[in-house]
Design a protein around this ligand. Structure first.
Ligand code: NAP
Length: 336
């Protein structure tokens, strides 16, 4: 039987998730929607031909929606409130990243979940569902490149809006890398430093771009991540893991190689929606299966908290120019 889903926040990703649940995935239907902008929620309902009730706000959707699960896809600073309310009402929650915008808010969600003794929350870190990252992890764990020593990575966006600021490079962009390297290496960060190269003339006044984030893990792996959010040429995610015996690279997305006008080339993607389109499908299908089985297996609130602690340290490092300590609390048995 289909599980019944309500969506809080029908902007870019909320509308996209509504589309995939309705048109691509199986086992779920959307029966409730809300957005601060109700016209936007109505538009999604009409465009997808949904038989869904539009609620005035997230709280009435949670308490009166007769739903099994909630997708929280509103702005980050509203996540804590809705995730806690949904948990109190006994609903499963798929919360887009970030789980919440402060470490304390993430801790509140972790504490609430532990006190309920039941995993109710999956966080929208979709990269561990990406086929390329899965292959990379497989190679690392089979020992094919020996013990991992370093990671060289890059996260490049074509451009960002005028409202995009220097800390957003960490909490909106780097957060995906912060989550995926922990998963790839099965390790935790101990410190971070942020370095600012010469600023691109294409960067807006509010963002220092590019940036290089240096991370160190408990096992001594050193990671450098180039974050370049006005790179102009495309959306480009790179990750090379250097081991004692070899190097493993994240595969490029599949494209056709074209020979034309004395050139040999492949088309590059320009946005994140296209680059990770399949990962979003797989992560949400996994969430639906988890709700059906009453057992969530995807990224947990603990992953959300770990990301928040690391984000805070990286933002401190942006300001101080110094090496900042990343100190994650001990992982509760509940999340092991
Ligand atoms: P967006 O386009 O601005 O959409 C957010 C929507 O939520 C907007 O329609 C907004 O209303 C609505 N909203 C804001 N506060 C609300 C509230 N209190 N109750 C109900 N609705 C509310 O942003 P987005 O790009 O979709 O991002 C949403 C979340 O997804 C963010 O946390 C973002 O970090 C995350 N995200 C994740 C990924 C990923 O790769 N996993 C990618 C993109 C976004 P208005 O119409 O008034 O703006």
């Amino acid at each position: 039987m289909n599980i019944k889903i309500g969506i809080i926040g029908t902007g870019t990703i909320g509308a996209d998730h509504a589309r995939r649940i309705t048109q691509i995935l199986t086992g779920a239907e959307i029966i409730a929607l809300t957005d601060v902008n109700l016209t936007q929620a109505k538009k999604v309902k009409t465009n997808l031909g949904l038989n869904a009730t539009i609620f005035e706000d997230g709280h009435s959707l949670i308490t009166k929606g007769n739903i099994d699960a909630v997708l929280v896809t509103s702005w980050g600073d509203t996540h804590e409130e809705y995730v806690l309310a949904a948990m109190r009402a006994g609903k499963y929650v798929f919360c887009e990243k970030p789980l919440a915008t402060t470490t304390q808010s993430c801790q509140n969600i972790v504490d609430a979940e532990i006190s309920l003794s039941k995993r109710l929350v999956q966080v929208g870190f979709m990269r561990s569902y990406d086929f390329g990252y899965k292959m990379l992890k497989d190679i690392i764990y089979k020992g094919d490149i020996g013990t991992p020593l370093m990671i060289h990575a890059a996260h490049r966006n074509q451009s960002v809006s005028e409202n995009y600021t220097t800390p957003m490079v960490i909490h909106d962009t780097l957060i995906h890398e912060l989550d995926i390297f922990r998963w790839l290496l099965n390790d935790e960060y101990v410190s971070t430093q942020v370095i600012f190269p010469r600023k691109s003339s294409y960067a807006h006044s509010k963002v220092t771009d590019p940036q290089i984030v240096l991370l160190e893990t408990r096992q001594g792996v050193r990671i450098d991540v180039e974050l370049f959010v006005n790179c102009r040429y495309g959306y480009d995610i790179q990750c090379a893991v250097v081991g004692e015996e070899g190097v493993a690279n994240l595969p490029e997305p599949q494209t056709v190689t074209v020979r034309k006008k004395a050139r040999l080339g492949n088309k590059l993607l320009v946005n994140w929606k296209e680059r990770f389109i399949n990962s979003y499908n797989v992560e949400l299908q996994d969430f639906i299966k988890g709700v059906q089985a009453k057992k969530l297996m995807g990224p947990s609130s603990w992953n959300g908290l770990a990301a928040a602690v690391s984000v805070d340290a990286c933002v401190r490092a942006q300001k101080s120019g110094q090496i900042e300590i990343i100190k994650l609390p001990e992982r509760p048995i509940f999340y092991r």
